[in-house]
Design a protein around this ligand. Structure first.
Ligand code: SF4
Length: 456
């Protein structure tokens, strides 16, 4: 089945799944209330968004310079930088590190770039146990699913769903207590941190001036994943660049407020390399894998490169009426929702993914909440245009528009059939699409041309 057909089928199933709808409504309702509270910390949120947009645009426009600066500063403290053009290169390098460290197990903190390169599958195929240590990621790993959302991976599951999953997979006694569920996960994860040879994280920001990787999290699992293992690998998309550590005073609260409604996330760590001579803990070696994987293709398109400004807060997903109805898994991509629909065709191929850019009402809600002011709905339109220009349209769609254009340009053709015949044709043509759940489209009983003639 083509990705488009699968998408349409899954969208339809999910949109009528009332259980899914009520879980999402409940969880996004809590998010909305938290964001409302979080925003009260700003005297001028709009100004903060403007500044963030300016800084990110500068970082992306000068990415070559900042990446080199980052590399020089990070390697000066003993860190190693690996440049990966695509997922294969990143996985090959990670495989070599694993072999050198004779790694049998890995602890991971939440990272969408590792999802993007399908790291867990790769490690498992190589006989390496991979443990997700973020609670939401741990839950979806247990459920053998992909993350549903870029910030809250298990957003689609209710407390009861998670309790049932733990009973089934971890053989615990049935419980309704969220605290007990958290305690179970924590107990099971503790030993994993000390056993693992390698800890893997993503990175929320790359800091050029100090050669740092900033990681934001709420559970402390990121710090534990990097404190015990002898090797730390951070896999970070090259677009995560900020010119200076001083920019974090703006970006940390913006990310937290838009992401979860917090004023600032609980644990914010800056990694600047492996353990230094007089330091007591931390890894013996640290690698940063700078992942391209389609990002420079997007960078090469000046009118669309602002998509690289994204700080992955997830706010655009939470307000999107399409996302809330069809759910995160339906997109079948690492990055879902509005920003996922913008970048996925560039990262994974326009031909297979262009339909995502059409799955939008273009209401602009995404653009209105984006903390870095990305004009998301405009980028969706630009993707649509590119896909049409590149010829990625269905044959019947092309034929329909050809006929439509011909008719619209010819008064004779438009006047040829009475309204009843036109309505019949419209009904037949649109029966599986527009009219499936709507009143059929009908033309007016008399055309403007007829009315004009009668008037005279
Ligand atoms: S596009 Fe904007 S709102 Fe959406 S995830 Fe990125 S930063 Fe957040």
């Amino acid at each position: 089945m083509s990705r488009l057909k699968q998408f349409l089928q899954d969208s339809e199933t999910k949109a009528f799944d009332l259980g899914h709808r009520s879980t999402i409504k409940f969880n996004i309702g809590k998010y909305n209330a938290a964001v409302e509270r979080g925003l009260t910390q700003y005297s001028d949120h709009e100004l903060a968004r403007e500044r963030a947009s300016f800084i990110k645009t500068n970082a992306i426009n000068n990415l070559d310079k900042y990446l080199m600066e980052f590399e020089a500063n990070f390697t000066a403290r003993g860190g190693k930088v690996i440049w990966a053009r695509n997922a294969e290169e990143a996985l090959k390098e990670i495989g070599q590190i694993m072999k050198r460290r004779r790694a049998k197990s890995v602890v991971k903190s939440k990272s969408m770039t590792t999802e993007e390169i399908h790291l867990n599958d790769f490690l498992e195929k190589n006989g390496i146990e991979t443990v997700e240590t973020d609670l939401g990621e741990y839950i979806v790993q247990l459920a053998e699913q992909r993350p549903y959302h870029i910030v809250t991976p298990a957003m689609h599951m209710s407390k009861k769903d998670i309790a049932d999953l733990f009973v089934r997979k971890l053989k615990i006694a049935p419980t309704e207590s969220a605290e007990e569920l958290v305690a179970t996960a924590r107990r099971l994860l503790r030993d994993k941190y000390t056993e693992a040879e390698v800890g893997i994280t993503g990175g929320n920001f790359l800091l050029a001036d100090i050669g740092g990787v900033a990681v934001t999290e709420n559970e402390g699992n990121g710090r534990l994943s990097t404190a015990f293992p002898k090797t730390h690998i951070a896999i970070v998309g090259i677009e995560k660049m900020l010119p200076s550590v001083m920019d974090l005073d703006l970006f940390w609260p913006l990310l937290s407020t838009s992401g979860t409604g917090q004023q600032v996330t609980i644990y914010n760590t800056i990694f600047t390399g492996p353990r230094q001579p007089r330091e007591k803990d931390g890894p013996e070696e640290m690698y940063v894998i700078l992942l391209d994987n389609g990002r420079t293709d997007l960078l090469a398109l000046p009118e669309k490169r602002e998509a690289l400004n994204c700080i992955r807060c997830g706010a655009c997903l939470n307000v999107c009426p399409v996302y809330k109805n069809i759910g995160g898994h339906t997109y079948e991509s690492t990055y879902s929702g509005p920003i996922g629909s913008v970048i996925t065709p560039h990262y994974n191929g326009m031909a297979e993914n262009k339909h995502l850019s059409f799955a939008s009402s273009l209401c602009g809600a995404c653009t209105s909440v984006c903390p870095v002011k990305i004009n998301i709905h405009n980028l969706l339109l630009l993707n649509r245009r590119q896909s049409v220009e590149q010829g990625f349209t269905e044959k019947n769609e092309r034929t329909t528009f050809k006929l439509w254009l011909k008719a619209m340009k010819s008064r004779k053709l438009l006047n040829m059939a009475p309204a009843g015949v036109k309505n019949f044709v419209l009904k037949q043509v649109l029966k599986d699409t527009w009219s499936k759940r709507r009143e059929p489209l009908k033309v007016a009983p008399k055309s403007f041309n007829q009315l004009w003639k009668e008037r005279k």
